[in-house]
Design a protein around this ligand. Structure first.
Ligand code: PAF
Length: 289
């Protein structure tokens, strides 16, 4: 497994790679969710590149950049075991040259949900993913469905900026309690970890309601909110039900049953102490990301 630290070296290695080339971007702090991305990429691609870059521009001032649980040697060992061919692990100055203030703006989708609660976050993600795409020129790029809004932003960017890269979503990996794996679990106390089960439970309740015929966005969001409210250690940031394709409304409140091709996604963000977790579920089980 080659470890590449400069864009220039990445470009010259890329020229020799066997197609198709897959990229699995990571911030580090790898867990089984990342392993699922690496394995999926390995099964399909001739060459797998993983990136290891703790991108400062997607973290807000009061967020957890300084304590992010990345462990370079451990992360490299996970990548090696998963059969990664090359790791792109650039420095900050390699990715953000001096005086660089150029950004990729995701537009309206960057201002709602995660964008509203973490101002600038999705702009930081689009900017760094665009740079990773340009440095590695993959044919395929793998992202976890836990970050559903991020996938939609990256998809729109790949389409809008004519990258010609297939964005491959991979299902969320959950622990035995349904908790979606996240590097941020490292911050949870034992009590918070138990409490965090409420996140997936709230989403399952919304799906039960959907399956029982509920189609009103506000009612479905209230179902999620009510379940989260039962957990004293949880503070809700948002509960949202959106059209999975547009991230807009699924139907006007009270309008009732919508068309047969309606596709809905429920999303939740909640804090447990200083740890913020996000998760989502497809309300219509048969539709994939
Ligand atoms: O999902 C992540 O880990 C990050 O947002 C990504 C895609 C690696 C960009 O820094």
């Amino acid at each position: 497994m080659k470890i590449i630290e400069t864009v220039a070296e990445m470009r010259s290695e890329r020229a020799r790679m066997t197609s198709p080339v897959a990229l699995v971007p990571t911030l580090g702090g790898l867990h089984a969710g990342h392993e699922a991305l690496l394995h999926a990429a390995r099964r399909r691609a001739g060459t797998v590149i993983a990136s290891l870059f703790l991108n400062p521009t997607q973290f807000g001032e009061n967020e957890d950049l300084d304590r992010y649980p990345a462990d370079r040697e451990r992360d490299l060992a996970v990548m090696r075991k998963a059969g990664v061919d090359a790791v792109f692990a650039p420095s900050n100055s390699e990715m953000y040259p001096p005086d660089d203030d150029f950004v990729v703006d995701p537009g309206a989708i960057g201002e709602i949900l995660e964008g509203a609660h973490r101002p600038g976050h999705l702009r930081g993600v689009s900017t760094v993913v665009a740079k990773l795409f340009i440095a590695t020129r993959p044919d395929l790029a793998y992202f976890g469905e836990k970050d559903a809004q991020q996938i939609e932003v990256v998809r729109r960017m790949a389409r809008g900026l004519l990258f010609g890269i297939e964005i491959v979503p991979i299902p969320t990996v959950r622990d035995e309690n349904g908790l979606a794996l996240s590097s941020r679990h490292a911050y949870l106390s034992d009590d918070e970890r138990v409490a965090a089960k409420v996140v997936y439970r709230s989403l399952c309740r919304a799906r039960d309601a959907w399956e029982a015929g509920e189609r009103d966005k506000t009612t479905l969001e209230d179902v999620i909110r009510a379940v989260i409210d039962t957990e004293p250690l949880a503070t809700l940031d948002y509960a949202a039900v959106v059209d999975a394709r547009t991230f807009g409304p699924i139907s006007e409140p009270g309008q009732g049953a919508s068309g047969p091709d309606l596709t809905a996604l429920a999303l939740v963000a909640a804090r447990f102490g200083s740890t913020r977790l996000i998760d989502n579920i497809r309300l219509d089980r048969n539709v994939t990301f």
